[in-house]
Write a new protein. Structure first.
Length: 263
């Protein structure tokens, strides 16, 4: 198992195999969880229906391969429809959020560059359709939205080019079965993702924002389902759509939301 083993040797052998279209740096700004130790455990609150449970567990296992990050699935603390945030952890929710154009949204509450809490929402309005009600799509979007709450961004945003073999890559073919036999699936992290996490969490902080258990006291601890709820647009995706939003809560607190739009 690669858990807690340095990736240095793997870097030498495999880094050259990464597609040139992959971003050299796919951190999400400078956002990260503050912590005092070289590795940490982040709790993922399960506010999901049974159709999603195995996908959250797969995502948790996949990302826990990182040398700097463990995740553990715990009981959720929120109504799935509202998906209220809780300090020190990530709440993961699914519901029929409406025909509003997005498959998933990830939101992080930040103070400065430190993440204090996060949510990931999966939109069953689309996942209950024949197009998206497939294991590969559920793995891709779950993996990606949860990863945004760690401070990771996309490696690639082109739906039509060859898969990079990571859930941090947009695709029209998440399991690779529509393309040639050598096409990679985009359902799980790849080496580049783990290396980026090592870079993001290469330093230590003097405080910690991880594993608190009290309910959030920040203003606006819910993220609505409509574009108008997310604040001002501060970033676009490769297709030119507004995809990153910022809502200022005052006193140095903000909510940053990343949107996975339906293709």
């Amino acid at each position: 198992m690669l858990k807690k083993i340095s990736f240095f040797v793997l870097v030498v052998v495999l880094l050259g195999a990464l597609s040139s279209s992959a971003s050299a740096n796919h951190s999400w700004g400078s956002y990260h969880w503050a912590r005092k130790t070289s590795s940490f455990t982040l709790k993922l609150g399960n506010n999901l229906t049974s159709a999603w449970n195995t996908f959250l567990q797969t995502t948790s296992t996949d990302w826990s391969t990182s040398t700097v990050l463990d995740t553990t699935v715990v009981a959720g603390l929120s109504n799935p429809k509202t998906c209220k945030a809780t300090l020190g952890r990530v709440q993961v929710c699914n519901s029929k959020y409406g025909n509003n154009g997005w498959l998933g949204i990830a939101s992080i509450w930040i103070n400065g560059s430190h993440i204090t809490q996060g949510t990931a929402k999966l939109n069953d309005t689309y996942f209950n359709t024949s197009t998206y009600n497939k294991p590969a799509w559920r793995n891709l979007v779950m993996c990606q939205e949860v990863a945004h709450t760690f401070g990771l961004d996309h490696q690639d945003e082109n739906f039509s080019n060859a898969n990079l073999g990571t859930c941090m890559d947009y695709t029209s073919d998440p399991d690779g079965k529509l393309a040639n036999p050598d096409q990679l699936g985009n359902e799980h992290p790849n080496l580049h993702d783990y290396l980026q996490l090592e870079t993001i969490y290469a330093h230590l902080d003097s405080i910690t924002t991880v594993s608190q258990t009290t309910a959030s006291k920040n203003l606006g601890n819910e993220v609505g389902d409509l574009k108008s709820d997310w604040g001002k647009a501060i970033g676009k995706d490769a297709a030119g759509k507004d995809a990153v939003f910022e809502k200022d809560l005052g006193k140095g607190n903000k909510i940053i939301t990343h949107v996975f739009w339906v293709e």
